[in-house]
Each structure stands twice: as C-alpha cells, then as structure tokens.
Design a protein around this ligand. Structure first.
Ligand code: MG
Ligand code: MG
Length: 252
C-alpha cells in the first residue's frame, strides 16, 4: 500500500498526458471573453481533446456531463458547462483533465475577464502563489503536510480562506489516487514524499469564508457567502531537489 511511485517510463507517459491537458487548457483560456458561453468553452476543449486522440477524464465521471469544469465567480469547482455567458469582470475557473494512452493529466487555472477588479486579480494571484509554494514543498524527504501547509500559509497570510471539503489528489492510471492532498493542515505530518510520486495539487481559495455548498445540480460547488473563489492546479512529479510540473505547455 501507500502512494504509488511511477517508473521513468510511466513518468514519460504522464509528461505526454500532462502536456496535452496543459495545451487544451491554454487554448480554452484564450477563448474566455465576454459573450462566450461556458458550453462554447466546453466544445473547444472537446474538439481539441478528440483531435489529440485522447479522452476527457471528466466526461461521464460519476455522470459529469462536461469535458471540462467551468466555474464562474462564486462557483468554486465542478461547474457544469451550459448556457451561461461570460461577462466582463467575471472570474472563470477552467479545469481540464485528460486520459491519454492510459495516463491522466489534470490542470486548472482561473481567468479574470477584462482584468478590471483589483481584488479579484489579487485573489487569483494569491491562489497561483499558493500553488507555487506547494509545488516548492513537493520534494523528496518532505512530508505531505508540508505541501498542504504551504498552501494554507500563503492564502491565510493574504486574508483569504482555503476550501476544506475538496482536496488535491494523487494521479496516474486513475484520475484520483492516494493520497488526498488537503490545502490546509500542519507541516511536518503525513506520509514522506518520494521522487516519482505524481500529485495533482489544486488550491481552492475563497475571498471570504471557507464554507461551501453544492448546488441542486449535484455538482456545482459554491461559496456559502457568495464571495468569489479561485482554483488553480498542476499535476507534478515529486523530485529530489524540486518538483517537475507535468502540466506545462512546451516553452512556458
Ligand atoms: Mg482538475
Ligand atoms: Mg484534480
């Protein structure tokens, strides 16, 4: 038992699926603009994923009806693509998971439409900073709690709050493998990290309170107090001196 450690050949496969997920996410993010519907964004992802000979990891997952998750403003994660049209000032979280030749990649980012609201931009920047801090902690010899704590530290220092009910996860042949990766908790606790473990680290950060609720659609997670929420995610491989980001497009 324990957290799977991938072989070098398996890591090569995960680099492929990770790059693919990242390319799709980047392409979809470019299309986020006022007037586009969340279903349009889903369609762009669906076509790109199909053209690559891959599959969405989300479509049909426990019955999820989209290829990607699109979560707007107070929606935290798991927004279902539909008729909603993006408006100036919205913050749009996009989450893309793919399955390619048996291996998964999972990555998310949050786009501020029009970059108008300084507080929304700060929320997204802090969420990205929290992910960067967590990835810096995802090195051999550290403990899983060091990753979790790094997120919480950055988020709470900025006056925002960390969602408790939803967590990051190990990833590989399965979309969700051991371990669960909370975005909060004490440093120095939990399993020891080893090079070759592959983790999807995904801070979900609320502008105000950390409490969330699930919509009647059974999927969409929202902040309870109506505040904004941001979500970013990378799939990484734990390394000896540093983590390797698997969900990078080439050259950035
Ligand atoms: Mg994801
Ligand atoms: Mg994930």
């Amino acid at each position: 038992m324990g957290i799977p450690v991938k072989t070098p050949a398996e890591l090569d496969r995960m680099r492929e699926s990770g790059r693919l997920a990242a390319r799709v996410l980047k392409a979809v993010a470019r299309e986020v603009r006022p007037g586009v519907s969340t279903r349009d964004l889903d369609g762009i992802a669906r076509d790109l994923i199909a053209n690559e000979g891959a599959n969405s990891a989300f479509l049909g997952y426990r019955g999820f009806p989209g290829c990607i998750c699109v979560s707007v403003n107070d929606e935290v994660v798991h927004g279902i693509p539909g008729d909603r049209r993006v408006a100036m000032g919205d913050i749009v979280s996009l989450d893309c998971g793919v399955l390619f030749r048996g291996w998964h990649g999972d990555t998310a980012r949050t786009v501020v439409v029009g970059a108008t609201d300084p507080e929304a931009m700060r929320l997204v920047r802090v969420t990205e900073d929290a992910l960067a801090a967590a990835m810096a902690a995802a090195v051999e010899g550290n403990r899983l709690g060091d990753v979790s704590h790094a997120v919480q530290d950055v988020v709470e220092a900025a006056g925002f709050s960390v969602v408790r009910e939803f967590v990051g996860h190990g990833i590989g042949r399965a979309l969700h493998e051991d371990p669960q990766i909370p975005n909060f908790g004490p440093a120095g606790k939990g399993p020891r990290l080893r090079a070759g473990m592959t983790l999807a680290i995904e801070p979900m950060v609320n502008q105000r309170g950390h409490e969330v609720r699930v919509d009647r659609d059974g999927w969409t997670v929202r902040t309870r107090d109506g505040g904004l929420s941001a979500h970013v995610e990378h799939t990484v491989a734990v390394g000896e001196g540093s983590a390797e980001v698997l969900t990078r497009t080439d050259g950035n």
